[in-house]
Design a protein around this ligand. Sequence first.
Ligand SMILES: Cc1cc2nc3c(=O)[nH]c(=O)nc-3n(C[C@H](O)[C@H](O)[C@H](O)COP(=O)(O)OP(=O)(O)OC[C@H]3O[C@@H](n4cnc5c(N)ncnc54)[C@H](O)[C@@H]3O)c2cc1C
Length: 387
Amino acid sequence: MDFGEPEHIGMLRESIRRMLERHAPREQMAKWDVEDRVPRALMDQIRDLGVCGMTVPEEYGGTGRDILATMVTVEELSRRSMVIGTLFLMNACYGSMNILASGSLEQKQRLLPKLANGELLFAYGLSEPDVGSDLASVTTRAERKGDKVIINGNKRWCSGAEIADYIYALVRTGDPDARYKNLSLVLIPPTAKGVTLTHIPALGARGLNTNDVSFDNVEISIDDVVGGEEGWNQGWTKLAGPALEVEKLEVAAMALGIAAQAVDDAWEYSQQRRQFGKRICSIQSIRHMLADAQTKLAATRLMLYRGCWLADNDLPCSVETSMAKMFAGETGLDIVLTCQKVMGAYGYAHGFDMERHVRDMLLMPIIGGSTAIQKNNIANRMGLPKA
Ligand SMILES: Cc1cc2nc3c(=O)[nH]c(=O)nc-3n(C[C@H](O)[C@H](O)[C@H](O)COP(=O)(O)OP(=O)(O)OC[C@H]3O[C@@H](n4cnc5c(N)ncnc54)[C@H](O)[C@@H]3O)c2cc1C
């Protein structure tokens, strides 16, 4: 067992922190939060860090798969904002990891070099107005017409749709009663004729560009069915593949980043704030709250990095990634609420990042498979009988 952080990971953290100070300082992030946007141009700065190829093999222009480094990048970017973390995910994970795992050879050759170079962003179009956890019930339909595919239906909560190059959408390609067997994944440019986007404002994750997306006779080429012709009706197998395990780590990494920044902020604040003639960090209850938060943060980090290690070594990790995702979301919420208490009224007011950390963290137990869904997965995969 080796718990030491590799040197290249330490250097990566430093370069991300420098980039954020320069191109997304705290005051700027607070403004983007109010405006509910983060510019796509920030992706250029992320690309310049050299991190976009970390999920792409060298033969396609990447630097080779490094899940730990990828998740540390998500963690560090999410310290400033999970929205910035998501920008990177839209490239390195929603795009590269999915195309690498599920794309046809032609799609890999066409898309992976651009993804590795940070030029393309993918948005997830899985959820629908009536479909959340039960993704096998999607009703958005795709029909073959020669070498074209025609799409009709509605997606909901499609984050990043306004700035994405493709929506990676799960669509019904046959009889709905067959559930898992008649699903396909397709790549739809949000600029295609017949696509309408409607922005959805939300409590947190402001700037995530979350949208309702409707498809009205949208036409794409059969080449944009994920996996090509052979990918038709194979959507579920592709969705539930290795990329799904890593997706759970992605949310855990975002939660860890938000929580880590909240702890740092509260730790620092407790040393500045004076009440009753002394710094509040000298009050035992404040010290205990911060000690609790640091301990929970350390546990979250261990669970996430263990999941990364398993994924990097191609070992089975469905249980561990579910545990990491569930723990990071729930414990992360606990951590930010504790940190908010340490900061009193200043943890609640606009103008301080703490209230944004709380709003953003509230999303973590919901997305990427809710806490309850992860618990189901853990109990099922560990063989707990249902009757
Ligand atoms: C800001 C934001 C951004 C998002 N971005 C995207 C995106 O980019 N792309 C995308 O496709 N989706 C996105 N989503 C949707 C997200 O993935 C879903 O919210 C999530 O899958 C849960 O679905 P739901 O909210 O419809 O809840 P439901 O599935 O309706 O669940 C409601 C409640 O019931 C519980 N529940 C449901 N089924 C079970 C079960 N079998 N056992 C136990 N409990 C259960 C859930 O845990 C939850 O507490 C986003 C959502 C938000 C809020």
